[in-house]
Design a protein around this ligand. Structure first.
Ligand code: ADP
Ligand code: MG
Length: 679
């Protein structure tokens, strides 16, 4: 039994107490056998009759059947593969009054049947609101209820209040024990909410205390590098581009530079919608680092993107590329090139190191790494994100630590940013480069394809380029790639025989992908048919149209990222979503896409449709691991917890006051957990 409980993460009686119900059954509504609604859990009261057991001839399934009757109508009950225990229990109850609980469906002959019903022997004394727990094989609902009940009795005297009365009063929170009990046996819906709020606050508060403490520890003065900023640095930096920086870029550059000057380590997240110009902002920090005689590295999630950064750095740097030498390091370099690059990185002959995960490999030795930039950080695992930083630290344990800049285009609702990235400082680029016109997005039905293609033809005739994105097919990259190949052939043969079309998918070699991207960038290829491999960061300003096939298969954030590939130049761009839009949910998503281009708005809608935990970036942050809290619903609570945590740690960094003696060990455990996932 212990092993079974362990599968649910339950290792102690305390864990049982904190195995909160996933939902509750309201048994106050009781039906009689003749008038039971379908497909919703209901209680049905009546006399239990006709208990019998059968063995199906095929496949050896044991079937127990019975009925519950009100004298006029009878509802059939069926259980599959239950042991003798259930049969014996039913036999004992035969001809007695019972209440059964479950969902009623229609059987093949059109009669209502309740499958796998729960039997309540003595409904009059049972609670009205009954907890329903998450279970695992070999543990029944009633068994779990009785485990939890016993655990609560046993643990009661060991539950020590964690929040001082003053805090509880200020935030209107009930006592810890009351809340734990209230989660399992709420006396009313309001009682449940009170209990949940108290426990949610506690979880968020413990997390925030751990994060704020951690942030303080990392700010140990003198562990980082104080970069010197030459007088002409900004003038020189601005002279690299033909355009002025946007307000958001200026502010972010200033924040980054200010961090880098300080002797503390920078730990900053740069957030900006797709196309807002994060790359160039990061380049400011990288150049400052090089100016100080140190190396800077940027890690991107895909080879295509790393290559693109390399090319754009070279073109931005112009003749300065001889002074700040950039090098590209990916897994697909030829052995000889790779050897040379590794040597140059180690000797310090190159200053800007651009690459993929390949940068983390043991063989790579940096020469005084001063700044680590991680692009599209949500694409990396938690460990990978800081791996480069850790590498530099481990290479010289006593030396100064590099600064860390994470970048992301995955917008998180503004109210949550601070809380989700609790231990990071945040810069936001909230302004788009000027001259950009919002992408016009249309939703078209599959039968409208010929018209869409005709319109595309006229765009191409004007010298523009387009992406056609193929649907995501379940989990298999191979099948998705095959579908892309077929679509590409069809477009060549039936619609665009006169134009060069190329295909890009995950099954191609890195060399091949690179070749294709180069010819698309140069404008030789007019239409790029691809799987969602182009989702991240690809930047071709002349591509003004994107057609997304079976758009309903993509999530909102993904559609937004994909669409970010167009609308990068000054010309009007279009995004065509092709879909039947069969489900309610997919229709909503498509409508949102046609309505707005704003990443923050889209992420908020996404949240509403999909719920917490699904939003990328959040799951990895360890924030969705709560038992009672839910950061999306609890935004306000989170903010309070964060403010309180800040003021407490400021006054009492070690949580030494007697007020915090109980909560202290939970904070320590949380810290250990955070360390384990981030190191
Ligand atoms: P993202 O934030 O999505 O990574 P990029 O850094 O790829 O965006 O920038 C998108 C495009 O915008 C690039 O072609 C870049 O040269 C251009 N760009 C960046 N900043 C500006 C600016 N201030 N004015 C005009 N164009 C800019
Ligand atoms: Mg980018």
């Amino acid at each position: 039994m212990e092993a079974r409980l362990a599968k649910l993460g339950i290792h102690s009686t305390r864990d049982l107490c904190e195995h909160y119900p996933m939902r509750y059954e309201d048994r106050s509504k009781v039906y009689s056998a003749g008038a039971v609604p379908f497909d919703t859990p209901v209680s049905v009261r009546g006399t239990l009759i006709s208990v019998s057991q059968k063995q199906t001839r095929r496949r050896n399934i044991t079937l127990i059947t019975a009925g519950v009757t009100d004298g006029l109508d009878t509802l059939s009950l069926v259980w599959f593969n239950h042991g003798n225990y259930l049969l014996a229990r039913l036999r004992k109850l035969e001809d007695r009054n019972v209440t059964v609980y479950g969902s009623v469906t229609m059987d093949r002959a059109g009669y209502p049947v309740m499958i796998g019903a729960e039997i309540l022997e003595d409904p009059d004394t049972d609670e009205v609101i009954v907890p329903v727990y998450n279970l695992t094989d070999g543990i029944g609902q009633n068994q779990m209820r009785s485990f939890v009940r016993k655990a609560l009795e046993y643990e009661r005297e060991f539950y020590h209040e964690t929040l001082p009365l003053s805090v509880r009063e200020e935030y209107g929170l009930e006592g810890l024990w009351e809340a734990v009990r209230g989660m399992h046996y709420p006396d009313s819906p309001e009682g449940f909410l009170r209990a949940r709020d108290r426990l949610a606050f506690e979880e968020l508060f413990v997390l925030q205390l751990a994060l704020v403490q951690r942030k303080q520890r990392q700010k140990l003065p003198g562990r980082g590098i104080s970069f010197r900023v030459p007088d002409d640095f900004f003038t020189e930096f601005r002279s690299l581009f033909p355009f002025p920086l946007t307000e958001g870029q200026k502010r972010s550059v200033m924040e980054i530079v200010a961090d880098m000057r300080k002797p503390d380590c920078m730990n900053r997240l740069l957030q900006g919608d797709v196309g807002s110009g994060k790359t160039l902002t990061a380049l400011a920090g990288m150049l400052l680092c090089c100016k100080n005689g140190m190396q800077a590295a940027i890690m991107a999630p895909t080879e295509i993107l790393a290559e693109q950064h390399y090319l754009s750095f070279r073109s931005m740097l112009g003749d300065k590329a001889d002074v700040f030498r950039p090098a590209l390091l990916t897994g697909s370099l030829k052995a000889s090139e790779r050897k040379k690059t590794l040597e140059d990185v180690e000797s310090g002959a190159v200053q800007l190191v651009i690459g993929t995960h390949a940068l983390i490999a043991d063989k790579v030795r940096f020469h005084r790494l001063g700044l680590v930039v991680v692009d599209e950080q949500h694409r990396f695992g938690v460990r990978q994100r800081t791996a480069l930083y850790d590498k530099a630290r481990d290479a010289s344990p006593l030396g100064p630590r590099p600064d860390l800049l994470l970048m992301t285009a995955t917008p998180i609702p503004r109210t949550l940013t601070n809380a989700v990235y609790g231990d990071l400082d945040i810069s936001v680029i909230d302004t788009m480069p000027p001259g950009r016109q919002p992408v016009r997005t249309h939703w078209k039905k599959p039968e409208e394809r010929p018209r869409v293609y005709r319109a595309l033809k006229s765009l191409i005739a004007q010298g523009q380029q387009a992406y056609v994105v193929c649907p995501l097919i379940e989990e298999s990259e191979a099948i998705t790639s095959r579908a892309a190949t077929e679509l590409c052939e069809e477009l060549k043969r039936d619609f665009f025989p006169e134009y060069p079309i190329a295909l890009l998918h995950g099954q191609q070699s890195a060399d091949e992908k690179e070749r294709i991207m180069t010819s698309f960038r140069k404008g030789d290829v007019k239409i790029l048919v691809s799987t969602s491999v182009i989702e991240v960061g690809v930047d071709v300003a002349n591509a003004t149209c994107m057609i997304i096939e079976s758009a309903d298969r993509f999530g909102l954030s993904q559609l937004h990222q994909l669409r970010g590939r167009v609308g990068r130049g000054s010309q009007q761009s279009y995004c065509i979503l092709i879909s039947e839009g069969v489900t309610e949910d997919s229709r909503k998503r498509l409508e949102i896409m046609t309505r707005t281009n704003n990443g923050f708005e889209i992420s908020e809608e996404d949240l509403r449709l999909r719920g917490p935990g699904e939003l990328s970036g959040v799951r990895q942050s360890g924030l969705s691991d709560f038992k009672a809290a839910d950061i999306f619903r609890d935004g306000a609570l989170l903010q309070k917890a964060k403010e309180l945590a800040r003021s407490i740690i400021e006054a009492d960094p070690g949580l030494d006051s007697p007020d915090w003696q109980q909560i202290k060990r939970f904070v320590a455990a949380k810290s250990a957990e955070i360390e384990a996932t981030t190191n």
